[in-house]
Every structure is written in C-alpha cells, then in structure tokens.
Ligand binder design. Structure first.
Ligand SMILES: C[S@@+](CC[C@H](N)C(=O)[O-])C[C@H]1O[C@@H](n2cnc3c(N)ncnc32)[C@H](O)[C@@H]1O
Length: 300
C-alpha cells in the first residue's frame, strides 16, 4: 500500500508506474454501443483512393456498405489508449456516452478536425494533456453539497466516529476541495477534528492545487452559507474564511489535519484502513465494471 503523500504526484510518475495497469482485452467495452452516425466513414471513402481500390480487388474484405463502422469511436478508442500508454490514466471504463460528449466538446473548442489529431499532441505535450484532463473531467462541486448528506453525517455518523480515539477519513475525488473543507468545519464543530486525519485525493493536479490553496470566489458564498445552515452549521459561516477582493480564503487551521494527494481510483491502490470514506459524484462517471472495482477497493 502506498503512502498517499507519495502516490503519483506528478503526471510523469503515473506514466512510469502504471503502464501495465489496464487490461487491453477489457478496453472499450462500450464502444460498440454507440449509435453515432458514420458520416466520417463516407467522407473518408470518398477521398481515400487506396482503400477503394483495395476493396475493389479483394473479395475477402467486407463490403463497407454492409458494415457499420463508426470511425469516430475507433479514433476515440485510440485517443484513450494513447493517454493510457503515455500517462497511465485509463479512461477506457468510463461511461462512454458522457466521455464521448466531453471529447467532442474538447475537439470543437480546439483547432483540430478529428479526434485522432489529438494523439500526437497528447503524446508530446504534457500541457496539452493537462488541458485535456481538465476538459474531460467534471469538477463541479460546492460546500456542504446536498446539505442533508452532511446533516446525516453530523447526526448519525459522528456519534460512531467519536467512539474511536483516532479517526482516518478519505475524501476520494475531492475536486477543488469544497467537500473536504465542509467536512473539516463539521468535524471541528463536533469537537473531533483534532483526532482526525483526512486524506483528500483526486487524480487531477489542477483541481488539487485549488483545493490546497482553499481560495474560492466570494460569489459562491451565498449558496455555501445556505448549504452550511441546512447541514446543521452551528456558527457564523463567515467566521471560517477571510474575504479579500472578490475571493475568500479559508482558515489555515482547517487544513491542519488534511493531506492533499494525487490518487487515481482506477489504477492506484488503497493506503490504509479508513473509518469513513466519502466518494461522491465520482463513480457515476464510470461504467459498471469500474464502479465494482472501485467499491472492492473501498471494502478491502
Ligand atoms: C464532480 S467532482 C465531485 C467532487 C466532490 N466529491 C463532490 O461531490 O462535490 C468528480 C471528481 O472526481 C475526480 N475523478 C474522476 N475520475 C477519477 C479517478 N479515476 N480517480 C480519482 N479522481 C477521479 C475528478 O477529477 C473530479 O474532481
């Protein structure tokens, strides 16, 4: 088991250590399900003389009119494979329809024409990979998100946690950190923060940096305050942050027992027994196989 402080902090580390993680036989299970049109196939047939000639002369090759090939899906599969081989990030078992939607958006926002145009860029340019990662992962979050969830933690889980002298908590897929600061505030109000260590992990270094800084737009505080109150907050929410210009910075003391670290739920192992694991709005982006793998990781 790895120490979360040491797990894959650099994308390069991930590449070095995770090349073998995916089983190529399992890749792209859902690719065949896509019902997207095959316009690209027709275009490509029009322009690729060699292919047409070889189809004319080779009886063994199936008639393309009888075969539905989605070229986009093939290209997406190749893009994801390039990312897996180069950086160790395995997206092949992410829910395909939503992955494809986000890849399409990334393509539309770039000057590239085809998914496969991304491959050389992804292989050679780490910064392009960072941008790619930012575009294809969903990082939406807020403080005390779904306040009733935090109210339940406060009322039903905290009494149980209080029975332990030392409490280990893992917030997996923490995004920009609002979840872990919410948790820290709650635990402090319940008088057990000082007995806790909270591992706050995500596979995206960009969002982790925001999480570490604990600086958020002031305009979000109205919603966050309302959530905090609905979640049973006991103080003035504003007492936990300092406003400066249009931003707020959360009290440094809230970070005291939080360890921020890069951790990939697909490829990295567990790093110890936990008293509580939060993994919210993360595995909804995975297909069933991957969801089961992650759940196994948590109950080991
Ligand atoms: C929608 S956010 C959820 C944030 C927070 N848990 C919440 O509920 O508000 C999903 C987060 O999961 C992270 N994520 C996606 N796949 C991951 C993986 N394989 N390993 C670790 N984190 C992952 C993304 O980077 C993103 O920050």
């Amino acid at each position: 088991m790895g120490n979360p402080q040491n797990t894959g902090n650099e994308m390069g580390d991930s590449q070095d250590t995770d090349n073998d993680m995916g089983n190529p036989q399992n890749t792209g299970n859902e690719m065949g399900d896509s019902q997207d049109t095959d316009n690209d196939m027709k275009n490509s047939q029009d322009t690729d003389d060699d292919m047409v000639n070889s189809q004319d002369t080779n009886d063994d090759i199936e008639d393309p009119e009888e075969t539905i090939i989605d070229y986009e899906d093939i290209e997406i599969k190749l893009v994801l494979e390039a990312v897996r081989l180069r950086y160790g990030y395995d997206f092949t078992n992410y829910a395909y329809a939503s992955m494809k939607r986000r890849l399409k958006k990334t393509l539309e926002e770039s000057s590239m024409k085809r998914f496969s145009d991304m491959i050389p860029m992804l292989i050679q340019d780490k910064n392009f990979f960072r941008l790619f990662l930012k575009n294809i992962s969903v990082n939406v979050t807020e403080m005390f998100r779904d306040p009733h969830f935090f109210l339940s933690i406060r009322q039903q889980v905290v009494p149980y946690l209080k029975t332990y002298p030392f409490i280990k908590i893992w917030s997996a897929g923490v995004s920009t950190g609002e979840e872990v600061y919410s948790l820290a505030i709650l635990l402090r109000e319940e008088g057990i923060y000082d007995n806790c260590i909270i591992y706050a992990t995500d596979f995206n270094d960009n969002v982790l940096e925001t999480a570490r800084n604990g600086i958020y737009p002031e305009k979000d505080m109205q919603l966050n305050t309302s959530n905090y109150q609905k979640a049973g907050g006991k103080e003035s929410f504003a007492s936990y942050y300092h406003a400066d210009y249009n931003s707020v910075i959360f009290d440094n003391s809230l970070k005291k027992n939080i360890v921020f670290a890069n951790h990939n739920l697909v490829s990295d192992g567990v790093f110890g027994e936990m008293n509580m694991i939060l993994c919210r709005n993360v595995i909804i982006y995975f297909n069933r196989t991957l969801q089961n793998n992650v759940l196994k990781l948590f109950i080991i």
